[in-house]
Design a protein around this ligand. Structure first.
Ligand code: 5GP
Length: 201
């Protein structure tokens, strides 16, 4: 089976990082993005992100090394192309945890990608989680809240909306989506062709 591109988006504070980390296992590969933002305490280059200078980022973008890229609250973010393409041809489900503009670029290039939007049960809960996380100063927090308002307008462009009430529930829902998507005839042309061959006998 050819692999699947699974896009998980959601506003800052939706818990997508935690959910996505729990997904990664035998059948999933998690793409590590490139960004020009500075590492937060505890973040490691190559594990959480590839932290790069704006000049290095521009080089990658201009040499077609990124599958998609976008600006998010003053910094650049992008998905390295090579890793994703390798994993897909290996039959894996590759998870991209990316913001909405990048997700829509992926949809243009790969109409068969599965787009999942993750949200806490209420906007109030979103604010609460982002403030409690305490990773940003007040100015950045406000920019991220504003951005959240823009992002939720694009939920109808996604295939699925998953409510992240309890992390494990959200993980289970995403696993079910990926399982169901993997059963679509369009993703199983090789099996269908085998049936056709067998029916000739
Ligand atoms: P953060 O700075 O909180 O790690 O990420 C900010 C936003 O950028 C999040 O919405 C995250 O999903 C998004 N993001 C992370 N990597 C990428 C990427 O490679 N491409 C795009 N378009 N967005 C990304």
């Amino acid at each position: 089976m050819k692999g699947m591109l699974v896009i998980v988006s959601g506003p800052s504070g939706s818990g997508k990082g935690t959910v996505v980390k729990r997904l990664v296992g035998k059948n999933y590969a998690l793409s590590v993005s490139v960004t020009t933002r500075l590492p937060r305490a505890g973040e490691i280059d190559g594990r959480d992100y590839f932290f790069r200078t704006p000049r290095e980022f521009a080089y990658m973008r201009d040499h077609n090394e990124l599958l998609e890229h976008a600006v998010y609250v003053n910094y650049f973010y992008g998905t390295p192309r090579k890793y994703v393409e390798e994993q897909i041809s290996d039959g894996k489900a590759v998870v991209l945890e990316i913001e909405v503009n990048g997700a829509l670029q992926i949809r243009e290039k790969f109409p068969e990608a599965v787009l999942i939007f993750l949200m806490p049960p209420t906007m109030e809960e979103l604010y609460h989680r982002l403030i409690l996380r305490n990773t940003e100063n007040m100015e950045v927090l406000e920019d991220r809240f504003k951005r959240a308002h823009e992002e939720i307008k694009l939920i109808p462009r996604y295939d699925y909306l998953v409510i992240n009430d309890v992390v494990q529930n959200a993980v289970t829902r995403i696993n079910k989506i990926v399982d169901a998507e993997s059963l679509r005839p369009a993703r199983n042309a090789n099996i269908i062709n085998a049936f056709k061959e067998q029916s000739k006998c």
